[in-house]
Design a protein around this ligand. Structure first.
Ligand SMILES: C[S@@+](CC[C@H](N)C(=O)[O-])C[C@H]1O[C@@H](n2cnc3c(N)ncnc32)[C@H](O)[C@@H]1O
Length: 257
């Protein structure tokens, strides 16, 4: 019987170095579009704001969502459930020291972000990440409501289980954890058949844009949904990527179930 539910999967068997190399060593054409959308969306909503509290849920081996929140936050919480990913996140943020880890991949993303003035005002992004980040081992299914002013969750809700109910619950858990009115950006693999890191296979829920919109219909206003096909796929077994820029409804405390 294949493992279907989040709690049954071996998250501590993930290898973040391998994951990161495969997905982010060179900017994929879809990430190149998404990083610009992220930058421009947060900039349009938050330019001039500082001292906010941001969160990236299921941060794993990806720093670009965290970098996109950096100018606005004096506290940036990076959450994941996998112990090796927590170690990787600590190495790249709170424990960062020049020469200890290689930031070349992330410099490519930062170079796109600094084309906007809000980012250009951050003199040293690696130092800012070290000073502002907090890394927590936690589950998206257990977050306290209304904690953060802005947030990101990239390739998580559809990629951490094969259960449609858990997909919807991860989306609502993330949105609930934001304060009313908070801007957020979420990314999803479209029609994913699952993913691999090394020898390990992880399942996914096959979702399309209408599933994504349905999953957040009660708690959020969607400002933009971008769907990109797979010109140059990262791997077989998915049909594209979806990005959603939205805000949590101002009068919404929690979506509940
Ligand atoms: C497909 S990876 C996405 C990683 C990264 N956000 C990215 O953009 O590439 C899914 C991530 O979700 C994490 N994860 C799995 N179960 C989780 C849970 N219950 N709560 C939070 N994160 C979880 C995994 O450890 C992994 O880092």
């Amino acid at each position: 019987m294949p493992r279907r539910f989040n709690a049954d999967l071996e998250w501590d068997a993930l290898d973040p170095e391998d994951y990161c190399r495969k997905n982010y060593e060179n900017i994929h054409e879809n990430d190149a579009v998404f990083i610009v959308k992220l930058r421009d969306f947060f900039s349009s909503r938050l330019r001039g704001r500082t001292r906010l509290r941001g969160v990236d849920v299921g941060a794993g081996g990806n720093l670009y969502p965290a970098l996109s929140m950096l100018p606005y936050c004096d506290e940036l919480t990076l959450i994941d459930y996998s112990r090796p990913n927590i170690r990787w996140l600590l190495d790249h943020t709170t424990d960062y020291a020049p020469g200890r880890v290689d930031m070349t991949a992330w410099r490519q993303f930062w170079n796109v972000l600094v084309e906007d003035v809000s980012y250009a005002r951050v003199p040293d992004p690696w130092r800012a990440l070290r000073e502002r980040s907090r890394v927590h081992r936690q589950s998206v299914f257990g977050l306290r409501p209304a904690q953060w002013d802005l947030g990101t969750m990239f390739f998580v809700a559809e990629s951490i289980s094969a259960s449609e109910e858990e997909f919807r619950s991860a989306v609502s858990g993330f949105i609930d954890a934001l304060k009313p009115g908070a801007p957020f950006v979420m990314a999803f693999m479209e029609k994913s058949e699952g993913w691999r890191v090394g020898e390990r296979a992880f399942p996914a829920v096959s979702v399309c844009d209408s599933d994504v919109l349905d999953s957040m219909s009660r708690g959020a206003e969607v400002h933009e949904l971008i769907r990109l096909g797979t010109g140059n796929p990262l791997r077989p077994g998915y049909s594209g990527m979806i990005l959603v820029c939205g805000t949590k409804n101002p009068d919404h405390e929690g979506m509940g179930e």
